[in-house]
Design a protein around this ligand. Structure first.
Ligand SMILES: Cc1cc2nc3c(=O)[nH]c(=O)nc-3n(C[C@H](O)[C@H](O)[C@H](O)COP(=O)(O)OP(=O)(O)OC[C@H]3O[C@@H](n4cnc5c(N)ncnc54)[C@H](O)[C@@H]3O)c2cc1C
Length: 480
């Protein structure tokens, strides 16, 4: 099956019947109709529909090298700068439909898989490694347009560097047995965003592991025997897009993943029991530059969304004459231009890598990923400050449909909008920055790619500083 439509996606996800636990109960019935999942599933379905929309289908798809069918552009292994540009435009096209709020739109994980498969040669000849499984699985995912979530973080039991898990039964997902069908895995992983609403779950060991039993990479269908998703509390307060413009549409539920003796079929195993590979594959592969490229594209779109909300508030209550307001909006402009400049530099300096991919320059993308986790929370704070009490005086759609409508329309009017239009804007600003959905977005941007401190440390170690050291040596030797 080539690039799917939204209907295909919904049908497949409903058929899966993954084992999902929500508020103490197992979800029974169609997941696409469940109040917590339905908004995000519908929004994700719209992304798949774009792959078939006449005016953008050439951007959203390309012709499979295997079948000649149209397949999703996020699976494209870029060989030229044009390919890389196409990938950027595709990600931005998808992100525009949700203001960058869907952190795990399918292009994120498709990019992860694409980059891993392109780097499969790293695994060749290494113990307990199956590069051919990885390549074959990528091809299958591309041809069937499979959707993915992933999980790699172990439960937050004890993060001391000296901690070694020695519980009787595994807490972190662990290989407890091997048989002729595959690996037997027991334990848990935190966390999987969109858990239960994707075809597949890609499972990887986190960096810095010390036990072979925790060293693995594989993918399993979301409904495989023994796999359980446990959701957090839902942040969907209702279906009204007036009241909850973002959470009603883009709530990507986060889940804890439990493996109860899950048998991972051998053909789905990419590597296991190999500490050296588990701790190095991610960074040696093309994962970082390509995944960060997708991430920064989405974050640029998200920053534009924030800027649009901020300036709309400024115009609506007419506060643009104040210098500190100008300074605050300018801070968002600076963030946007900085992120775009970093993205442009990464693409400008792209070059063919050892896997034959047109790889964007890594350092500017790393800089973006070190910057955004701290900048994003400042940007949301700016919106809270601009909106002030307006973020609180936000009656609901029901109020506007009641007999007090007249009061609200009159007393909540603004310089440029009637009461209802003004409240609609402020409800958006609230859902973006203050609701449970909004604060989760902030936590997501802080942590979804790992600890900010680890990201800075990685940049420190990978950044080539030789030229600058030589400059100083030369300077010190020179005479005035
Ligand atoms: C909204 C959201 C969605 C997510 N979605 C996914 C997903 O879909 N799939 C997935 O696999 N992961 C996901 N994650 C997990 C994410 O990758 C982790 O949050 C991140 O890697 C940090 O790990 P942790 O949360 O376990 O924090 P911890 O490691 O427990 O850190 C807690 C605190 O201690 C500090 N700390 C811990 N160890 C060290 C150290 N060695 N050096 C310095 N400081 C340290 C951290 O900086 C942090 O401040 C998601 C996270 C969030 C918040």
């Amino acid at each position: 099956m080539p690039a799917i439509t939204g209907k295909d996606y919904i049908l497949r996800i409903n058929q899966l019947k993954a084992n999902i636990w929500h508020e103490g109960k197992k979800i029974i019935g169609n997941i696409s109709e469940h109040p917590t999942y339905k908004g995000a599933i519908k929004s994700q379905a719209m992304l798949y529909d774009l792959q078939h929309q006449e005016d953008v289908k050439d951007l959203m798809t390309y012709f499979s090298p295997q079948t000649g069918d149209r397949v999703g552009t996020s699976f494209l292994q870029p060989k030229t700068k044009e390919d890389l540009t196409k990938r950027r435009k595709m990600t931005m096209e998808w992100a525009k439909t949700n203001g960058g709020m869907l952190g795990r739109s399918p292009d994120y994980m498709n990019t992860v898989l694409m980059s891993f498969a392109a780097s499969a040669s790293i695994l060749e000849g290494k113990e307990n490694c199956f590069p051919e499984n990885l390549v074959h699985f990528y091809e299958q995912a591309r041809e069937q347009d499979l959707s993915f979530t992933h999980t790699f973080i172990n439960p937050q039991v004890n993060r001391s560097q000296l901690y070694f898990e020695d519980a009787e039964e595994p807490i972190s997902a662990t290989i407890i047995d091997k048989n002729k069908e595959g690996l037997v895995v027991k334990g848990a992983k935190l966390l999987a965003t969109q858990g239960g609403m994707t075809d597949e779950l890609l499972v990887l060991s986190p960096g810095g592991i010390t036990s072979k039993a925790n060293a693995f990479a594989f993918s399993v269908p979301s409904d495989i025997n023994g796999l359980k998703f446990i959701t957090r509390e839902s942040f969907v307060n209702g279906e009204s897009s007036f009241n909850y413009p973002l959470s009603s549409r883009f709530e990507e539920i986060d889940t804890i993943v439990v493996f109860d003796d899950v048998v991972v079929p051998w053909e789905r195993v990419f590597f296991y029991d190999n500490l050296e590979v588990a701790n190095s594959f991610k960074n040696q592969s093309a994962f970082l530059p390509f995944t960060l490229h997708q991430v920064v594209c989405r974050q640029v779109v998200k920053t534009k969304f924030l800027l649009g909300v901020a300036q709309s508030i400024v115009d609506t209550i007419n506060i643009s004459e104040y210098q500190h307001i100008q300074e605050k909006v300018t801070e968002i402009i600076v963030a946007l231009e900085t992120m775009e400049a970093l993205l442009t530099k990464a693409e400008w300096n792209a070059s063919i890598d050892e896997f034959g991919l047109m790889r964007p320059e890594l350092a500017p993308l790393q800089v973006a990923s070190c910057t955004y986790p701290t900048v994003y929370s400042k940007l949301t704070e700016i919106i809270q400050i601009l909106g002030s009490s307006g973020m609180i005086s936000i009656p609901t759609e029901k109020d506007f449909n009641s007999e007090i409508r007249g009061d609200l329309t009159k007393y909540l009017q603004s310089a440029t909008k009637d009461g209802k239009e003004r409240v609609q804007l402020f409800r958006l600003a609230w859902d973006l920055t203050m609701s449970a959905f909004g604060t989760r977005q902030t936590q997501y941007e802080r942590f979804f790619f790992g600890h900010p401190i680890r990201l800075t440390s990685e940049l420190y170690h990978s950044y080539d500083k030789t030229e600058y050291i030589n400059l100083i040596h030369k300077f010190l030797k020179s005479k005035g």
